[in-house]
Design a protein around this ligand. Structure first.
Ligand SMILES: Nc1ncnc2c1ncn2[C@@H]1O[C@H](COP(=O)(O)OP(=O)(O)O)[C@@H](O)[C@H]1O
Ligand SMILES: [Mg+2]
Length: 603
């Protein structure tokens, strides 16, 4: 079945079609009852039989066979056939019935042209008849005469308002009676219904496939899958759905070049991601770059430029179509499907656009996420720097002065004249008060930013925390040497908060701390044996830690079932700037510096 009807634009078109089908069938079913006129009753019965086939969704080829046979019997014709018009001015026989011996067989083709019934129907879109084929001409007429026919009548088969084919009745002996056209038309209408029906099923399946493909990609985008995963899915799904041999997604760069982000090929391995091409010459990549609009080349033999040459290494292409990938209203990249056999069907660009829209959303999401992570990291870093500065000022300024004041006081006490006991006692009190203030200032300083962490690293700093803890702590640190400063700080604050919480909220009697590291990440786990029930939403300490972890591209897990203790775990990436992962080049800059992701903006 080659009913190549265009796709209707409305998503409800198949319902419209189904309604049209029902209306036609109702018309047939509503024909007047028996009138005693055998001819009429016969016609009604024949139409009913065909209508039943159509209504039960019988394949068009079977409907055509039934239509030609029923019509031939009803009309007493020697031969009937149904043929469809081919785009290249030919007819193609899809149903045939003959009273005696061979005539035009099923599947046969004949050129249009000359004076004959199929050509006249094709040219006028109306019924036509030739009562004497001696005066006919053209390839069709030659064949008709060869099979021994004298006269013929034909009516158009109209599907969806367009001429689809022709139904013909022929006679060997005499012209067909007047009214033959009208009777044939009853059958062609049913045949057209079967065709429209079958086409609706095919189109509906294609429509469902497209929706499913888009949904799979949309799900990835909604799950904020890494962009490279989305790019791979988009190229694969679009390539398969559109019947392409290759599909490619590339990002435009500022230097009149592009980088392949993902490529899919029906024949196996394709252009590797990261491949970089210069733009220029005649090819779809360059056309979309220059115009910012969809573009196509139906004959790639004339294509030129570095992109076209490089693409040839992966197998010759005949045609390609591409659409821009836009992010936030700016041209970001391009998505292209290509074919090794022939031009891509009309409408390919529109269907591709559905996919590139999703890709654009994924990119915008990732960019927003990266920008957010970077800004959180800046906030944390700024706050840390401020705390460190205040701690140093306290330590080097106020604390030092208080220490020397305390020394002066002690000296004054020692040198007090005899009999000044009351004064000495007062000095003593002031000195004790000074010590208290100093102690308090040290505590505040440590809380702001522990000097020992900056000076000596995580291990001694955590040991100090464990020693000062109100509950006994078992400490296991399997990390030596220094780590990046933000990572050390986050680890330290996690332990500090967990131990404070264990003492303050948990009624725990013991805690243990484990610090481990791989090449990629540092992990700190703090457990207590308290009452559990910790909750991010009930305070500010834990949620602050979570922000800090995420700002570094890491995460904080809390496991605290009631009655079963609390486990707090922070995982922080090492050797990584954090943030959502983009393919090396996708994260680079394109166009002016304000475009795209700032690769160096994270932490
Ligand atoms: N180790 C723990 N055991 C039991 N409850 C805890 C523990 N840690 C925290 N919580 C509970 O979770 C809440 C949130 O903790 P956190 O964010 O540290 O806030 P807070 O400022 O109150 O310490 C606490 O108020 C407390 O009710
Ligand atoms: Mg707390």
């Amino acid at each position: 079945m080659r009913a190549g009807l265009g796709r209707a634009a409305s998503p409800n078109w198949h319902l419209t079609r189904r309604n049209a089908v029902l209306v036609r069938l109702a018309k047939v079913a509503g024909l007047p009852g028996r009138t005693g006129d055998d001819r009429f009753t016969g016609e009604q019965a024949a139409l009913r039989r065909v209508a039943t086939l159509v209504a039960s969704g019988t394949a068009p080829s079977e409907v055509f066979a039934a239509v030609t046979e029923e019509a031939a019997r009803l009309l007493g014709a020697d031969y009937t056939m149904m043929a469809r018009y081919d785009p290249d001015d030919a007819i193609w026989i899809v149903g045939t019935w003959s009273s005696a011996g061979a005539a035009y067989p099923l599947g046969a083709q004949a050129r249009l042209g000359g004076r004959n019934v199929p050509t006249q129907v094709f040219e006028t879109g109306r019924p036509a008849r030739i009562d004497d084929y001696d005066v006919a001409s053209g390839a069709v007429a030659d064949a008709v005469r060869e099979f021994g026919f004298r006269a013929a009548v034909g009516v158009p088969v109209i599907v969806e308002g367009r001429i689809w084919g022709v139904m013909i009745a022929a006679s060997r002996v005499e012209p067909l009676p007047a009214g033959t056209e009208a009777q044939l038309a009853g059958f062609t209408e049913l045949a057209a219904t079967a065709i429209a029906n079958a086409q609706a099923r095919v189109d509906l399946r294609a429509y469902a496939d497209e929706q499913a493909a888009l949904r799979r990609v949309a799900t990835l985008v909604a799950e904020t899958a890494p962009p490279e995963e989305v790019f791979a899915a988009v190229t694969r799904e679009a390539g398969r759905l559109l019947g392409a041999d290759r599909s490619t997604m590339a990002r435009y760069r500022s230097d009149n070049a592009e980088t392949v982000l993902a490529a899919w090929d029906s024949a196996g391995p394709s252009i590797p991601a990261g491949t970089r091409w210069s733009l220029g010459g005649k090819n779809v990549h360059t056309m979309v770059f220059q115009t910012g609009r969809p573009a196509r080349i139906d004959d790639y033999t004339g294509a030129s430029g570095p992109v076209a040459e490089a693409a040839r290494e992966f197998g010759d292409l005949r045609a390609a179509a591409g659409v821009p990938v836009s992010v936030g209203g700016r041209l970001w990249g391009v998505m292209i499907v290509a074919s090794r056999t022939g031009p891509l069907p009309a409408g390919t660009e529109e269907r591709l656009a559905g996919f590139t829209e999703l890709a654009g959303t994924a990119i915008a999401n990732a960019e927003a996420q990266a920008a957010l992570t970077a800004s959180r990291a800046r906030v944390v870093a700024t706050a840390d720097a401020t705390r460190r500065r205040i701690e140093r000022n306290l330590h080097d300024g106020a604390q030092q002065r208080l220490v020397s004041l305390a020394l002066d006081l002690r000296a004054a006490e020692v040198t007090a004249p005899p009999g000044a006991d009351e004064h000495v006692r007062q000095l003593d009190e002031v000195a004790a008060g000074l010590d208290g203030v100093l102690q308090e200032l040290r505590e505040i300083g440590r809380g702001l930013h522990p000097a020992i962490l900056a000076e000596s690293g995580l291990r001694p700093a955590l040991k100090t925390l464990a020693r000062r803890s109100a509950i006994p702590v078992d400490l296991d640190i399997q990390v030596t040497g220094r780590l990046p400063e933000p990572v050390e700080s986050a680890a330290y604050y996690t332990v500090s908060e967990a131990l404070t919480n264990a003492a303050k909220h948990a009624r725990a009697t013991a805690a243990d701390i484990e610090v481990t590291a791989s090449n990629h990440a540092l992990q700190v786990r703090v457990r207590d044996n308290g009452r559990g029930g910790a909750d991010f939403n009930r305070g500010s300490g834990l949620v602050g830690l979570k922000d800090r972890a995420e700002a570094l591209g890491g995460r904080l897990d809390l496991h605290s079932p009631p009655g079963a203790g609390t486990t707090l775990r922070i995982i922080l990436p090492l050797n990584d700037t954090g943030g959502p992962r983009m393919p090396a080049d996708a994260a680079g800059r394109a166009g002016d510096a304000s475009r795209g992701l700032a690769a160096d903006s994270a932490v």
